[in-house]
Design a protein around this ligand. Structure first.
Ligand code: FES
Length: 342
């Protein structure tokens, strides 16, 4: 009965509010989806943080037995993962994205392989073209899951391209010894082969509301892919371009890739500065050290600076700490952990 439901209000960042009911003890994300709320989610098991939001009013707790990737301090500060939360009272949550963002529900599409090219010692560039009549809108930074043919397993990749070149899409895929997708790309893939993708997923995407603020991008390895999509989206959007700093790193020079693409973007975008880093064997023009160590005093010129980080978790943790030290507000730092999956 309706009077037994707790009323949940979602405040989206574009000022839109939506309300729905959830039974006491019921899963908030399940109820939100049943009511067709435009919320982001992916794993539905507390692991990916796509469904993160902050509790503004009321009492909502993690469901008994559920696991969550939130830190204790984040939970104390009011952060909640909707997919593992239940409401004990009426609640209001603030979401870090607009109501339009989650409206494009994830779905499955098919795409033809256009080209596969090794662009570094352990990176392949794969271009795909969506099959006739199929379409996938996505925000720069979001990711898709691709089924590895023959094995049926899923691997997650963010396009390095933008919506502007749809139906074509480009992915930068790291090769891992013994990896399912790596084995397929190295030994079996054929041009015109059909792949199955689903998406878009994820809450890591370029924030419209910050698009005039100075941007700092920190990328490790193929964490560069979503960052290139973001930089290109800023390049293609109208009006004055914000100052942008890209710090990108790999282990050694032969592992670096897309340097020509970055150089070209610097020519198109005079407001873009790039620092290319290697952990060892630095040659001329390369910074020796991590992309975090390349960040310096003076890089943060405005309190409104926004930062996007994509790479391994230790890089994200170090970059977050360094950027806060340099004056970036914690709420303006967005990150996606790049998880290697065999
Ligand atoms: S959907 Fe992944 S943590 Fe909630």
């Amino acid at each position: 009965m309706n009077e037994q439901l707790h009323q949940i209000t979602l405040n989206f960042s574009d000022g839109v509010s939506r309300t729905f009911g959830v039974a006491p003890g019921g899963n908030i994300l399940d109820a939100a989806l049943a009511s067709e709320m435009p919320v982001l989610y992916q794993c539905r098991s507390g692991g990916c943080s796509s469904c993160i939001c902050s509790l503004a009013e009321g009492e909502a707790v993690t469901q008994p037995g559920a696991s969550t990737s939130l830190l204790g301090s984040e939970y104390e500060a009011g952060q909640r993962l909707l997919c593992v939360s239940q409401a004990n009272t009426d609640c209001t949550f603030n979401l870090g994205y607009g109501s339009e963002v989650g409206a494009g529900a994830a779905h499955e599409v098919h795409a033809f392989v256009d080209s596969v090219e090794r662009i570094a010692s352990n990176v392949m560039r794969v271009t795909l073209e969506l099959a006739d009549g199929e379409w996938m809108e996505f925000l720069p930074g979001q990711f898709m899951q691709i089924v590895v043919p023959g094995l049926g397993v899923l691997r997650s990749y963010s396009p390095s391209s933008t919506q502007a070149i749809l139906p074509k899409m480009e992915f930068l895929i790291r090769l891992l010894p013994g990896g399912a997708m790596s084995g397929f790309l190295e030994n079996q893939v054929e041009v015109d082969q059909v792949l199955t993708l689903s998406g878009p997923y994820g809450a890591f995407f370029l924030r419209e509301e910050h698009k005039r603020a100075p941007h700092i991008f920190v990328a490790g390895g193929t964490g560069l892919a979503p960052i290139l999509s973001m930089i290109d989206t800023l390049r293609q959007s109208g009006g004055r371009k914000p100052p942008m700093l890209l710090s990108f790193g790999c282990a050694v020079p032969e592992a670096l890739f897309s340097l020509d693409d970055i150089e070209l973007r610097k020519q198109w975008l005079p407001t873009l500065e790039a620092r290319i880093c290697v952990d060892r064997e630095a040659t001329e023009g390369l910074h020796l050290g991590s992309p975090v160590s390349a960040l310096r005093e003076g890089d943060v010129t405005s309190p409104d600076t926004v930062a996007y980080l994509c790479g391994p978790q230790p890089m994200i943790d170090a970059a977050t700490q360094r950027l806060i030290e340099l004056g970036v507000r914690a709420e303006n730092i967005f990150a996606e952990q790049f998880v290697a999956s065999h």
